[in-house]
Design a binder for this molecule. Structure first.
Ligand code: PMP
Length: 389
């Protein structure tokens, strides 16, 4: 070890001492199962909400219809140079048409999306209002921007109204940043309420990350915005392809002028190699079928409410309204112990600890997929340890 590495080691030791040391687990996912160290467990830690990621017949169908020109494992360039293959435009057109919007723009990942859009559109005359619990990628995007940011208490829209009233004349633009389904708490945002604020505050723009809503919520799977009838009222309607859509990458659905602006200003779009055309073709294939998976969405809904009820009836507070169901135990130590117990019993659930979640709210995070059966959930429920124990 080099002498200058000692400080790294000290910090790693400190993390280990407080039960917060992370390691990359050696695992293999296969449908609803996961294999780890020779054991097969029910995978309660994936974001494959519709259970599409290892669907063999879908893969076969895709392979049988893939065009030669899309069969490329690299785009070899940024989209602004030579990487803008036709499949990009086709996917963006499909997104815009399906959402009934003027345009859409696709990115390499959700992280690129959030870290790139916000600095591009939020200047020194902008105020960002962001929920206290937004994802790390949104926080990093905010940090990189020149805007002032105020974090409001989680889902406290009375506070949002007060902040808007106080500050709306001071800034040319106010951007409210939120997720639609929160990634760690699974609670759902009343987007329609936020949209109604735009009537009073004409300089308010809404930035909504539907990473955990796209594919799963709404009649056609277009997310919480579809479910709440406000698809056309959100200025930056963002989502990712790496979760329910079983692919990789991300998108924003927006007005054309915003798209043109991002193409000129967004550094994480301009200075990165575009995703491979093959991947884009797969995303297009999956996205074009989204409307077909109503039964999967209904089933997921049913098993999710079963689990939520069980968590609550075992004495845990749970504000989730989705397939992300936290079981909050408090200390990191307790969360690690509980997760190990469940893994031993065949349920692959991971402890979520600070800094991912606030101090004192360490938890197990159950994340369900439509591939799970009612029996799978019943077995899990039987293994929940009541809070008093
Ligand atoms: N936004 C949210 C709310 C997320 O939960 C995540 C990933 N967990 C991302 C963005 C990042 O998306 P990606 O994995 O495509 O980088």
């Amino acid at each position: 070890m080099e002498q200058m590495d000692e400080a790294f080691l000290t910090e790693l030791d400190r993390l280990a001492g407080i039960n917060n040391l992370r390691v990359l687990p050696e695992v293999r996912q296969n449908g609803k199962w996961i294999e780890k160290e020779g054991a097969r467990m029910l995978n309660l830690s994936s974001n494959d909400y519709l259970g599409l990621a290892s669907d063999v017949s879908l893969k076969q169908e895709f392979m049988s219809e893939i065009k030669e020109e899309d069969f490329l494992f690299s785009s070899s360039s940024s989209r602004l140079l030579t990487g803008n293959f036709p499949v990009y435009t086709e996917l963006e057109q499909l997104l815009a048409d399906t959402f009934g919007a003027e345009s859409a723009l696709v990115f390499g990942s959700g992280y690129h999306m959030n870290m790139g859009i916000l600095p591009a559109v939020a200047d020194g005359n902008t105020l960002i209002l962001a929920d206290k619990l937004v994802h790390a990628s949104l926080i990093d995007g905010i940090r990189l921007s020149a805007a002032r940011c105020i974090r409001y208490r989680h889902q406290d829209y009375t506070q949002v109204e007060q902040l808007l009233e106080k500050h709306h004349t001071e800034y040319s633009r106010i951007i409210l940043v939120t997720e639609s389904v929160f990634s760690m708490d699974g609670d759902v945002v009343p987007l329609a309420r936020l949209v109604s604020l735009k009537k009073t505050y004409s300089n308010l723009m809404l930035y909504v990350d539907e990473a955990h809503g796209i594919g799963v919520r709404g009649q056609h799977g277009l997310g919480v915005a579809e479910e709440q009838g406000c698809l056309h009222d959100i200025d930056f309607l963002c989502g990712t392809f790496g979760k329910a859509l079983a692919s990789a990458g991300a998108y924003v659905v927006c007005r054309k002028v915003i798209r043109d602006y991002l193409v000129n200003k967004m550094r994480t779009l301009i200075f990165t190699t575009a995703l491979p055309p093959l991947n884009m073709a797969w995303t297009r294939f999956i996205f074009s079928r989204l409307g077909e998976w109503t039964e999967r969405r209904k089933h997921l809904d049913m098993i999710s409410s079963r689990l939520r009820e069980a968590v609550q009836s075992n004495g845990y507070e749970c504000a989730s309204g989705s397939y992300i169901v936290p079981l909050t135990v408090g200390s990191s130590e307790r969360a690690v112990w509980y997760a190990t117990e469940l893994q031993r019993k065949g349920f692959y659930v991971l402890p979520v600890r600070p800094p991912t979640v606030p101090e004192g709210t360490s938890r197990l995070r159950f994340s369900l997929t439509a591939a799970m059966t009612e029996e799978d959930i019943n077995l899990l429920v039987q293994n929940i340890i009541p809070r008093t124990v």
